[in-house]
Design a protein around this ligand. Sequence first.
Ligand SMILES: [Zn+2]
Length: 392
Amino acid sequence: MSEFDTLFYRDSYCREFTSRVKSCQPYRKNYAVELEETAFYPEGGGQPGDTGTLNGKPVSDTRKIEGRIMHVLSEPMEEGTEVHGVLDWENRLDHMVMHSAEHMVSGLIHKTFGYDNVGFHMGEDAVIIDFNGPMDWDACMKIEAMANTLVRRNLMIRADIPSEEELRDMDYRSKKELSGEVRIVTVPEADVCACCGTHLRSTGEIGYIKLISLANHKNGVRIEMLAGKRAEEYMRMIMDQNMRISHLLSAKMNETAAAAEKLQNSYYETRQKLRIASEAAMRRSITAMKDNEPLVIAFAENADHDALRYFANAIIEEKGALTAAALCEDDGAIRYVIVSHASALRPLIKDLNKQLKGRGGGSDELVQGMFACKRSEAEAALYEVLGAKESA
Ligand SMILES: [Zn+2]
């Protein structure tokens, strides 16, 4: 019997069938049941194995084990039992939609750029396809547009098993050298490819193809793709996000990016103004400080770690302090930079971090991080730990 003379190849739309148990064997912690004939597609060529039920009992996976199609069940089935099989049709249809769309995208990229599909995986979220050549996003969008044009034309998808002679003259995509019977799947104007998966009858059933990401991968690119219902759900999510951004920024739907850029620029400007004001306040506070104190603990407003480092160093260099702790309150925590010419800070900061639920570190001369405590708690602990060290 031909490898391709099974129910799911004769009719990829068969979702219910009757057969008989041919064999049953323990498989990992489950049982692998072989049927005389089946509509369950076994995992292969990037397409996941089918799920469903046999006589109402759940089939969690279908795989090819030593050349035999095995249905994975949690309980055994007796040899010779008549079986009524039902596929989880929504799941299988989703696989056929994604798989047929993948043919179109891979075929069109091959036709346009000459690249091969060198990896294909149907994930939980999206289909991942790897190609062995470079592409940019504009090129991806052109391929997507070409593919969707062919979807709308609702072209018939064919699967044939040509003779060896016919095959010799055929130009088709294939991942490996093939021998024996070869099944050729044709999507008119898009793809001719050797494939053992299940496909839709026509491109129109795909509905819509959406490429959602492009990244460099090995010597080529990795593309994430969605099709059919998954593409529709994704675009609904994107629409919802843009609608919310549109309301938040009081911008038209097609002007949200420009409005976000404007907002970002004004944020940078405000941050710059804050930095200038914060530095001026630090300068005033340094001017008012006494000279040659062994320990200075000083608070600044709106200061990041860079600004606090500047503050602490200036207190030491300009005011002759031996140890300076520059602090800033931020969202219920205390940002700190401590600089010392008198004490080794590394062991001390470990104690302080423990005491003040802090994190951070550095060298014996400079440490920085955050304390998760109140201003008064930080001050008291710093005077105790750093002050005690100075007098010792
Ligand atoms: Zn295929």
